[in-house]
Design a protein. Sequence first.
Length: 239
Amino acid sequence: MVSRPLAIAGVLAVLLAGGVGFALASGGPVPSAENATVSVSADATVERAPDRATVTVAAVGRGETAAAARNNLSGDADAVQQALEDAGANVTSSRFSIHPEYERTETGREQVGYVAVHTVEAETSDVDSVGSLVDVAVDAGADRVDGITYSLSEETRQDARQEALTTAMDRARTDAETVAAAEGRSVDGVATIQTSDSGRYVVRAEMATADAGSAGGSTVISPGPVTVDAAVQVTYELG
């Protein structure tokens, strides 16, 4: 009498370990292939040439007092902003900060005055004009170039994202079919899909160079591509 429940328990353990659900009828366990699934992940990357660029420059003023530092840059910052707008750029941000300036000495740090920084950001859809915008800003009084960021317009980004998602889905289905075939099954339909995406904006600032062929020298910027990533997690029903 002891061997009967042990034998039944052994059969149930084997069936559950196989990852397949069964409905128990009065005559014993009856296998069912319903709800059998396979889950796969896939991603894809699409590159696009940037069609937006943001140039960030700053005018810097120094003085013994905060007021002196501010007064030493006010004219330059206004001139930089106006010059960028005259060159066709859209000034999107203008930020001002002021802080003490220190120098290291043998005994520690010693305050030597104040530094005022007026940062200006300008955006353009003419990415080939970035180098000339830098020149315009510097000629107008900008003391430093804080960065150049390349990006995509919303229309271009959405187009790239759709292409990346399509490629990722193709890869996911191929993987699912390969796995299913290895078990003698086929992909029957899609149960669930999850997506994620991100944009990586690549700046090749190290490519900025002076053109020796011109009198004053001009800045030449060679941007890298903007890449759009998409990833999917798909659960397929098996036939």
